[in-house]
Design a protein. Structure first.
Length: 174
């Protein structure tokens, strides 16, 4: 009997081990690695040369200077337009209170209207020039964007150019 009991124990242990592994989830094996297709990589464009970078930086400075001039002119025209608006309001107030029998007041009103018209004509004369400057700025800026923006360059070249400019600014006659 001892043999049978030993066999039963062994069988029970084997069954227990089998049942204990039956409750463990079975995971699928990882798929075999896919062979990567050899991709034709686009070669990176060469970074700009130092001369090209210097040219782009110079052009960027010119664009910024043009932009500053356009903004100054726009500000001056905005002030002139506000002056015309104030003059119009003042003329309306004077017209409303004008005594038709007072010839001197009529003369003063006509002189004020002439001054307002002169300021308005000066504004209108400056406006096309500002529009032309803005159009030129847009074209020059777009040319800079096409030629220089998003182009790779060496930061060391940029730093060297900035140092050159600082040295030139210090040695420039004042």
């Amino acid at each position: 009997m001892s043999f049978t009991l030993g066999c039963q124990r062994s069988v029970m242990i084997v069954i227990g081990l089998l049942l204990s592994t039956a409750h463990v989830p079975a995971y699928a094996a990882d798929p075999p690695p896919k062979k990567s297709l050899v991709k034709q990589s686009k070669s990176k464009p060469k970074p700009m040369s130092r001369d090209q970078l210097r040219s782009c930086m110079d052009e960027q400075d010119r664009v910024l200077a043009m932009r500053e001039n356009v903004l100054k002119e726009q500000t001056a025209l905005d002030e002139q337009r506000a002056q015309v608006t104030r003059m119009d309001a003042e003329l309306e107030r004077k017209r409303a209170s004008l005594d038709q029998a007072d010839a001197a007041a009529k003369q003063t009103l006509q002189e004020d209207e002439a001054r307002r018209n002169a300021v308005g004509e000066a504004y209108n004369a400056r406006l096309p020039a500002l529009k032309e400057q803005g159009s030129t700025l847009d074209k020059v800026r777009q040319g800079w964007v096409d030629r220089c923006a998003d182009k790779d360059f060496d930061e060391l070249d940029e730093a060297a150019i900035k140092r050159e400019r600082q040295r030139a600014a210090r040695t420039a006659p004042k």
